[in-house]
Design a protein around this ligand. Sequence first.
Ligand code: PXG
Length: 458
Amino acid sequence: MTAPAATRTTAEWQELDRRHHLHPFTDYKALAKEGSRIITRAAGVYLWDSEGNRILDGMAGLWNVNVGYGRKEIAEAAYQQMLELPYYNTFFKTATPPPIALSKTLIELTPPGLNRVFFASSGSEANDTIVRMVRHYWNLVGKPHKKTFISLKYAYHGSTMVTASLGGISEMHAQADLPLPGFVHIMPPYWYALGGDMSPEEFGRHAARALEEKIAELGPDNVAAFIGEPIQGAGGLIVPPDTYWPEVQRICRAHDVLLIADEVICGFGRTGKWFGSDTYRIEPDLMPLAKGLTSGYLPLSALMVGDRVTEVLIEKGEEFFHGFTNSGHPVACAVALENIRIIEHEKLVETVGGDTGPYFQSRLGELADHPLVGEVRGVGFIAGIELVEDKPARRRFDPAGKVGSICRDLCLKHGLVARAVGDVMVLSPPLIMTRDEIDKLVSIIGKCLDLTARELNR
Ligand code: PXG
């Protein structure tokens, strides 16, 4: 079989792409002018484009290729499952072995009390499922007014109408007249931007108080749930002070508000523990998983549901009118099982937690002295470098995003994929990244910070 990449030149791929392909989160006119970069293959922590350039993947795809590229065992697991049973659904009182086996594995890995799993194919579908399920739950327990979801500004929970409403990205809201009714947003635990004179610890408690105030304003009888990412990813890599989550959890319990930890990015070792909830000692009632669940080899998401909710659904719920053709897809579940086996066998979580993660953070920490860098923050293999106009005054660039884009483009030119969220440079490398590869990543970023400063005439 000829690899598809070899059948056309770069210019031909770019021309077809420009003419026919609508990319996600893309300015179409700008892309048509510049032409897309065509990625044709990958191995380990490296990507290659159609011109043969090798690029270090500092983002693990889109925060998801945790075991790295080119895993033959995963391809083999998919192949074997396709031969045996490529598809059968899990509707109408049927099941197939892979989703059953995967449910058991996930229940053993996740925090206690999450004993049932609902499968879908994306983080958005898992979070959409949460809204359906939680509304159903409060109806069943006779509290039909508990319907409002509270989430955080800059949160990302997906791109459907409901999950973009759950999220706190104002640009997404503006284009589709969102949020829908029943979704409200409060201050995130973003100490660097909002902490003022407070210590991070004080500010963590202060940001949590915004939840208590919002619950009081809405009335606890009207609030269904609070959802947050243990570390906010796509909204600017916001690492909460240690005082934040314990207080949020206390407030949710005190007001009978369900607690949801969106682990789509933090799950599967990203923070150096299996889940962000382990890192911050969160005991959520519901926990959506995606991305690292299959390391991106196939689309799959899993919603972990706590006993409090499932007991009611089972006892009183009758038929739950919700599900997807691909819920519990056997090949995707077989891939997830093999992916998790690799993470366990290679001790990737322990390595990121105890060795390469601290090394990554300490090497990146050296960049904090750079004149453009306001703050370096992160845990394990997730990090943000916030670029600022005036370092002592903690003043950010206005308009935001231009400097981040310059730095991101320079990184790519020098062989590194990093992500710019506004002016925060974000990194989230594959968990297999070695110390040598970390050194290389840090040296490219360091050089590109210098080049960015030079472009700004600093
Ligand atoms: N929750 C979180 C925390 C996410 O980061 C989703 C849910 C939605 O997952 P799906 O599979 O529906 O995309 C996400 C997705 C970016 C970027 O540019 C981040 C995501 C998706 C696309 C782009 O950083 N996160």
